[in-house]
Design a protein around this ligand. Structure first.
Ligand code: ARG
Length: 483
């Protein structure tokens, strides 16, 4: 166990050594959780919102460029500490607990926690929340307020999904920040907002404690922008934006038939693009990582079976065993997050590449065992025959054993690809917009759970069916060649 732990730590340390310090160059990485309109949300392929516009202007005035990283809300603060981001702009409420972990800028807007209920609900005050089903966004101040003062809430990664649950009667109330609540209520006439706020809060940007100069620059420029009216203008712009989006919505969605649902979920605002773009990400990640996995798996299988049969490569064999134990013993979504947030934390690396590496390393462990079982399935006599013909061990392996092993394991390898293709659906944990996440984004914009989920499921199903057919054809061909 200790060895496994040491191995893990040394891999992380090695990667960290290679990590480049990113804060010196002129592009600062903004981290956010883009599910919080009007402060940050996804529109088309862009992340927009009040926070994003304010911080962009702040950085522009200080001569910086910026890139925006989307992630789950509960990862935002951690990502500053692990060096994944430079500034958090995420509707972050200043709290004493958070102040212990990061530094906050001066506040740029005040906010409150509010209660959303269905129009026909009997809940009319905070006091009536006790004992009903309350939804919150995980890790937010709404979450901690309800947990500390009322009861355990139901925690959602995306407040819009909580609102959909409320609409469908699966929750009785949602506790959420005031302005995002207003957006949800405006878009859904079946809902209402209770007047009595639960808390009064202030939003600020956060930076890592090791960046005091950056904080000073932020504060200075924020003050200027408060005085010259820039912040008010940005806030006003997004209020208008919500109004016009809502007006457009209600003009178009008068009838609730199936066709108009299809239009709303897939056609309007070109929402189908979330699915097509996601589709390409999913296919690209799955194919590249299965190739990478086969490469790793092949190497590991050869080392393991050579070591088994000849007693050579003792150390390499030990490393391979540790690799297999660790990878097969932990969930892939944790591996993905560790690789993204810990190993590549301070490296500016494309998320698709991170996913390919994570899924490749994961799949490699399974492929290794598949190939090893293929090698074992070839009769031992074949190796002896090869050797007695005067071929070296490596040559016998290459020319006689591996081709047969490959044929034997082809169905299992195909199956591994199918499993991997579906496993990539956890990419959303690092906010990579794969097919599943594409469906999630549509869901959070249209509050419709049914159509986006079914559409995404259908696409996976079609993909897997096509691939199984292809695999079947390949197997038939190989069989024919045998005869
Ligand atoms: N103001 C709340 C908090 O700081 C909620 C923020 C949620 N932000 C978001 N981008 N989802 O906990």
């Amino acid at each position: 166990m200790k060895r496994v732990f040491l191995f893990f730590i040394s891999v992380i340390a090695a990667f960290q050594l290679f990590a480049v310090e990113n804060t010196q160059n002129k592009t600062l990485r903004i981290v956010t959780s883009a599910n919080f309109p009007p402060y940050e949300f996804i529109e088309g392929s862009k992340i927009v919102g009040i926070d994003i516009d304010i911080i962009r202007e702040v950085l522009k005035r200080n001569g910086y460029d910026m890139s925006v990283e989307d992630m789950k809300f509960d990862s935002v603060i951690v990502s500053l500490q692990t060096g994944k981001g430079d500034i958090a702009a995420s509707g972050l409420t200043v709290t004493e607990d958070r102040k212990r972990q990061v530094n906050f800028s001066i506040p740029y807007v005040s906010a409150k926690q509010t209660i959303i209920v269905r129009k026909d609900s009997a809940i009319d005050s905070a006091a009536a929340l006790k004992g009903v089903r309350i939804g919150v966004q995980h890790g937010t101040t709404g979450d901690s307020y309800v947990t500390d003062n009322i009861q355990e809430p139901e925690r959602f990664d995306d407040a819009a999904v909580a609102v959909s649950a409320l609409l469908r009667g699966k929750l009785d109330a949602v506790v959420l920040d005031g302005e995002p609540s207003k957006v949800h209520v405006k878009k859904n006439p079946e809902l209402k907002l209770l007047d009595e706020p639960l808390t009064f809060e202030e939003y600020a940007f956060a930076v890592d404690k090791k960046q005091p100069e950056l904080l000073e620059k932020l504060n200075k420029t924020l003050k200027e922008m408060q005085q010259d009216g820039t912040i008010d203008a940005i806030i006003e712009k997004y209020y208008q934006h919500t109004e016009s989006a809502v007006a457009e919505n209600s003009a178009e969605n008068l009838d609730e038939g199936f066709c108009s649902e299809i239009y709303l979920n897939f056609v309007k605002n070109q929402r189908w693009r979330y699915l097509t773009d996601g589709f390409f990400v999913t296919v690209c990640v799955a194919f590249a990582s299965v190739l990478f996995g086969v490469l790793i798996g092949f190497g590991v299988a050869i080392i393991r079976s050579t070591s088994d049969q000849t007693g050579k490569f003792k150390i390499a064999d030990w490393c391979c065993r540790v690799y297999l134990t660790v990878i097969r013993g932990t969930p892939v979504v944790l591996q993905l997050m560790i690789i993204y947030f810990v190993i590549f934390s301070s490296m500016d690396i494309d998320k698709i590449l991170v996913a390919i590496i994570a899924f490749g390393i994961n799949s490699g462990a399974y492929v290794a065992e598949i190939i090893r079982s293929g090698i074992m399935s070839v009769d031992r006599g074949q190796m002896e025959a090869g050797r007695s013909l005067g071929l070296s061990y490596a040559k016998t392996m290459n020319l006689i054993i591996l081709p047969q092993a490959f044929k034997n394991v082809l169905p299992a390898l195909g199956n591994e690809f199918i499993v991997l293709l579906k496993e990539t659906s956890v990419c959303g944990f690092i906010a990579l917009q794969d097919l599943t996440k594409g469906g999630d984004i549509i869901r959070s914009q249209t509050y419709n759970a049914f159509l986006p989920l079914i559409a995404v499921a259908l696409v996976y199903l079609i993909l897997v069916t096509i691939f199984s057919k292809l695999l079947g054809m390949l197997e038939k061909r190989l069989k024919k060649n045998e005869q």
